[in-house]
Design a protein around this ligand. Structure first.
Ligand SMILES: O=c1ccn([C@@H]2O[C@H](COP(=O)(O)O)[C@@H](O)[C@H]2O)c(=O)[nH]1
Length: 240
């Protein structure tokens, strides 16, 4: 796969019009992420619009609820024919297992291939201090992320979302077939914003990430096309 096809760009915008404007501005982006803001605004309309343009879709709604509710939401989302769906691993083993079953049922009902389900381990906007002092989780951050990834894997999910800082450990323990998707990716020339566990695109890929999620360094740049080209050029130059 070409390196640019391993970059997922989030459509973190408030309307369908804004989203389509970005998609048309960046025709070389093949994989787009639809998150909470856009989906709350447009519902499945944006999914249909992206599919109509032959784009791959990461539906990042981060389901986190009781098993019956997570399963119901996953079943409906899987029928849209999206490629990736996120569920918080802390929803628990039963919710994750029910989601894995529901994804297959939903895809069958929608007549499309089942999406890959990936578990959120720990949001990349959180650091060790947040984990220990605010969330009161008495486990070192890398260990917590690993345990959440293993829970996702044991429950039948296809992969996990983690920061580039944990990807190498997860790759080693979870194996090559477990999909690792990394937000918290920042080129050296961009601002960190609210990301707390960030690394560069090259470092994330070298550590073993399958996909990178890179948003504001591209979409909030003065010239998004130039920012996209710069990231792709920098990666291509390294031969990753
Ligand atoms: O742990 C997570 C899970 C999801 N995200 C999402 O990724 C993008 C990152 O956007 P940037 O603009 O590159 O920060 C965003 O849509 C988040 O909802 C994450 O950042 N961390």
């Amino acid at each position: 796969m070409k390196v640019e096809d391993r970059i997922i760009v989030p459509l973190d915008v408030p309307s369908k019009e804004d989203a389509i404007a970005l998609v048309e501005l960046l025709p070389e982006v093949s994989f787009w992420k639809v998150g909470l803001e856009l989906f709350v605004s447009t519902g499945p309309e944006i999914i249909h619009a992206l599919k109509h343009r032959q784009k791959r879709i990461f539906l990042d709604l981060k389901f986190h609820d009781i098993p019956n509710t997570v399963a119901g939401a996953t079943r409906v989302a899987a029928a849209y024919g999206v490629d990736l769906i996120t569920i918080h691993a802390v929803a628990g083993r039963n919710a994750l297992k029910r989601a894995a079953e529901a994804a297959v049922e939903g895809a069958l009902a929608g007549g499309c291939p089942p999406p890959k389900l990936i578990g959120i381990t720990l949001l990349t906007s959180l650091n060790s201090r947040d984990l220990a002092f605010d969330l009161k989780i008495p486990v070192e951050l890398p260990e917590f992320v690993l345990q959440m990834a293993l829970l996702a894997q044991e429950s039948g999910l296809n992969g996990a979302v983690c920061s580039p800082m944990e990807v190498s450990q997860l790759r080693q323990v979870c194996g090559d077939d477990f999909l690792l998707v990394c937000p918290g990716v920042r080129p050296q020339w961009s601002e960190q914003g609210d990301q707390r566990r960030a690394m560069t695109p090259l470092a994330a890929l070298q550590a073993g990430a399958d996909y990178l999620v890179i948003g504001r360094p591209i979409t909030a740049a003065d010239d998004p096309v130039a920012a996209w080209n710069r990231i792709c050029k920098e990666l291509a130059a390294t031969g990753v």
